[in-house]
Design a protein around this ligand. Structure first.
Ligand code: ADE
Ligand code: ZN
Length: 348
């Protein structure tokens, strides 16, 4: 008991010291109330208290996406994107992330070109690298609600304006009734062009969407994936195939049927127990008022994860990342040694 108490006392410090990656983070969802107000002020608008309070008022995925849309509406020029990116990455670094793959929703900013948006994000990522040493890659994400034809146009734009930071593509927004299958051609072309591919599935949609994301879209990484627990055969198959799942503990309490992180049947607990490669992320830390250290703490406290298990999850993240292979293998050795030392010091 005493030992457990001692470990728990040191848990925040242990987690803060863990080298971590963030692979599931939406730029627009990283905007917090203060940054939202600053963005509006840049365009001569004031955010009423009601408008800011409304930002955080959602009880399911649809309401959340409406709030996300309001933030998107406040990001209107390249400078807005630079400011939001720098703020988001500063908070990543403060939350213990050293490497970040950042989603952005290019369709959601009427009147701003993809090129200008990307220029703003690149400038923010450069500034964050210089200021806090955080390395950033980018994942433009297509809204599945717009359908596969617009998905092909989206992909063409991404490929035409590809920079070294563009690591891959994503697929997000409402899962139902927008299953993965119609996006198979878009994903085939993205993979053929050498892009990484990931897609949201199993947050609100069924286990079949997780299967189709892996089998039809060719994703070896799935964002969320929680409903996989409804299909034990699929769980075993994804475990054996080494599929990675970027899970987001706080998100589950807002947008899924698993609202209680301490519940014995919580999907993330069952995914870890089934031996799936789980990576911990924040998803939308501004809107959900969280950060990466807090997400690790939530899992540790509610799911009784040991320092060793947390260290393993942090390493899973690096393995699942789209970092260049040579650099990844060097980092894996360095992080393994660093984590081993931290775990030993935590008395695990
Ligand atoms: N876009 C930002 N966060 C999302 C989520 N949790 N689900 C679907 N789309 C999103
Ligand atoms: Zn997400």
């Amino acid at each position: 008991m005493e030992r457990k108490g001692a470990v728990l006392t040191g848990l925040p410090a242990f987690i803060a010291a863990l080298p971590k990656v963030e692979l599931h983070l939406h730029l627009e969802g990283a905007v917090d109330a203060a940054t939202f107000a600053r963005l509006l002020a840049r365009h001569g608008e004031r955010a009423s208290e009601d408008a800011v309070a409304a930002l955080f008022d959602f009880s399911d995925l649809g309401e959340f996406l409406a709030a996300y849309g309001r933030v998107c509406g406040a990001m209107r020029d390249a400078e807005d994107f630079e400011l939001a990116t720098l703020e988001a990455l500063r908070r990543c670094a403060a939350g213990g992330a050293r490497y970040v793959e950042l989603f952005f929703s290019s369709h959601a900013h009427a009147g701003l070109s993809y090129v200008d948006m990307l220029a703003g994000i690149e400038a923010g990522a450069d500034a964050a690298a210089a200021e806090c040493g955080v390395e950033t890659r980018l994942i433009p994400a297509h809204s599945r609600e717009l359908g596969p034809e617009r998905g092909l146009v989206f992909l063409e734009e991404v490929l035409t304006h590809r920079t070294a930071r563009i690591a891959g593509i994503g697929l997000d927004y409402q899962e139902r009734p927008h299953p993965p299958a119609p996006f198979a051609e878009m994903y085939r072309r993205a993979r053929a062009a050498g892009l990484g591919v990931t897609a949201h599935a199993g947050e609100d949609g069924p286990a079949d969407y997780v299967r189709d994301t892996v089998v039809l879209l060719g994703c070896r990484r799935v964002d969320h994936g929680y409903h996989i627990v409804d299909d034990p055969d699929l769980m075993a198959g994804c475990r054996d195939a080494g599929i990675d799942f970027t899970v987001c503990p706080t998100t589950t309490t807002h947008t899924t049927v698993w609202r209680d992180l301490a519940a014995p049947d919580h999907a993330i607990r069952r995914m870890i127990a089934a031996g799936l490669n789980v990576v911990v992320n924040t998803d939308d830390p501004g809107l959900f008022r969280t950060d990466l250290n807090r997400e690790y703490e939530l899992l540790a406290r509610h799911m009784s994860l040991s320092p060793q298990a947390l260290g393993q999850i942090a390493l899973n993240g690096l393995r699942a990342s789209w970092m260049a292979p040579e650099r990844k293998s060097r980092q894996l050795s360095a992080w393994s040694a660093e984590i081993e030392t931290l775990v030993a010091a935590a008395g695990a």
